[in-house]
Ligand binder design. Structure first.
Ligand code: HEC
Length: 152
């Protein structure tokens, strides 16, 4: 009987220790989430990354227009930013970048060129393929996202 009581106490004690530990662990997890949030808030995209996202948004809109059968007539982006915008660490105007940048600018401008004889969808896909050409070596992360811009 005495043995039984003792083991009950041990059991209760064990449960208490367990409960206490799991509370502590939860606290730790919460602390980690808070740390991550702070890191995320401190991230500021470079001028070039912001411009790339603006180009992406513009092309999403172009794709919708073209699919609807509309003719885009404005190119609101300042594409010269490709030559001036400051880039994030690890990125720069490499020889590969320089070999792609002007061809891309021309292709992007030609999408809204109402005087062009080339098929609109072809001009649009050509611009997107020029995004991809540079991204293949200069910044591979967004490639799947950019590929979705192509009109099949
Ligand atoms: C001449 C090379 C080049 C061309 C052309 C180019 N990109 Fe980029 N892109 C880059 C580089 C380099 C970065 C990384 C910039 C940085 O982190 O400062 C980048 C970054 C991005 C990003 C990620 C931005 C972020 O939030 O970090 C997206 C999205 C993107 N490009 C989409 C596009 C689209 C869409 C096009 C075509 C309309 C395009 N890019 C054309 C080189 C290019």
């Amino acid at each position: 009987m005495a043995y039984f009581c003792n083991s009950r106490i041990v059991l209760i004690f064990g449960v208490l220790v367990f409960a206490f530990q799991s509370c502590k662990e939860q606290e730790k997890v919460e602390q980690k989430t808070v740390e991550k949030k702070v890191e995320y808030e401190m991230y500021t995209p470079s001028e070039m990354a912001t411009f790339m996202n603006a180009m992406y948004a513009y092309n999403v809109q172009l794709k919708q227009q073209i699919i609807k059968g509309e003719t885009p007539v404005v190119m609101p982006l300042d594409l010269m930013k490709m030559h001036t915008a400051e880039m994030s660490n690890g990125h720069g105007r490499t020889p590969v970048w320089n070999s792609f940048v002007n061809v891309f600018i021309e292709a992007q401008q030609s999408v809204a060129d109402t005087l062009s004889n080339v098929d609109l969808k072809e001009r649009y896909n050509d611009a997107i393929n020029n995004c991809l050409a540079c991204h293949k070596t200069e910044c591979t992360g967004p490639i799947p996202k950019i590929k979705k811009l192509l009109i099949q």
